[in-house]
Ligand binder design. Structure first.
Ligand SMILES: CC(C)(COP(=O)(O)OP(=O)(O)OC[C@H]1O[C@@H](n2cnc3c(N)ncnc32)[C@H](O)[C@@H]1O)[C@@H](O)C(=O)NCCC(=O)NCCS
Ligand SMILES: Nc1ncnc2c1ncn2[C@@H]1O[C@H](COP(=O)(O)OP(=O)(O)OP(=O)(O)O)[C@@H](O)[C@H]1O
Length: 202
């Protein structure tokens, strides 16, 4: 298997902003949030199960999942969140493994908010954590998603703490200044990862 760099960080930490730059540098990016959307496309088994469990109010008139409605349900009720995790996470993992097997760039990025929580780091040679203070996570996510601070705090509470994540990291990018500064740090790590990938027996 190719050399895999896992990228993780809490909600709104800047994973996508970082992985967009890796992608621009020619690296294949597998994004668990994208996979999580694909497994609930209209017609999927997972979407049928969700509709059966939560009722028609989580399905939009065009047949797509009403993500906002489901978000409000699962992040205010731990049992419902666990039900959803148990339904989706095995399927997300299967899809990720298939995509890892098909990746063809010099190394591959696997980006997942729950990389460490769900043990996806076992498929990674290195773990890069995108780290920001929680106040900035809340501020950036509220702006990006036009949501409430309370909603973001509830999601934050469903994730590993900042300290725990930092402890498990091989590399850390502190993304508390500009996007340019983030890109510069990504470019530096990219050089290191290319060298590590060349040295890595495939
Ligand atoms: C509840 C859902 C429909 C809300 O959708 P929405 O479009 O509002 O959010 P989106 O999917 O873009 O996720 C935004 C962020 O929320 C956080 N998050 C999402 N799901 C979870 C979860 N189960 N536990 C903790 N944090 C989560 C992540 O930081 C993620 O990047 C959606 O998040 C979902 O299907 N979650 C379950 C699948 C999952 O665990 N995805 C995370 C990747 S494995
Ligand atoms: N250094 C930065 N300066 C200013 N804005 C930033 C910076 N980094 C990221 N952002 C913005 O903050 C928001 C959150 O970043 P991004 O979407 O990359 O986070 P994420 O970790 O992928 O989030 P999620 O876990 O919710 O998917 C986005 O609107 C992004 O453009």
């Amino acid at each position: 298997m190719t050399y895999v760099v896992g990228v993780t960080g809490g909600i709104g930490s800047g994973k996508t902003a970082a992985t967009d730059e890796f992608q621009r540098l020619g690296i294949d990016v597998i994004d668990a949030d994208v996979v999580a959307r694909e497994v609930v496309e209209p017609g999927s088994v997972c979407l049928k199960e969700i509709q059966h469990h939560f009722g028609p109010e989580v399905i939009q008139s065009d047949g797509h999942l009403d993500r906002k409605a489901l978000r409000e349900k699962v992040f205010s009720n731990n049992d419902e969140k666990e039900w959803l995790n148990q339904l989706l996470h095995p399927e997300i993992r299967r899809q990720i493994l298939a995509q890892l097997n098909n990746a063809s760039s010099k190394y591959v990025i696997l980006s997942a908010p729950l990389l460490l929580e769900n043990g996806l780091d076992k498929y990674c040679d290195q773990v890069l954590v995108i780290d920001v203070p929680e106040s900035l996570q809340v501020e950036r996510t509220v702006t990006r998603d036009n949501t409430s601070e309370e909603q973001v705090a509830a999601i934050l509470n469903a994730q590993m703490t900042r300290e725990e994540r930092r402890r498990k990291a091989d590399d850390i990018i502190v993304n508390d200044t500009t996007l340019n500064a983030l890109h510069t740090q990504v470019q530096e790590l990219h050089k290191r990862y290319l060298e590590a990938a060349i040295a890595h027996p495939s």
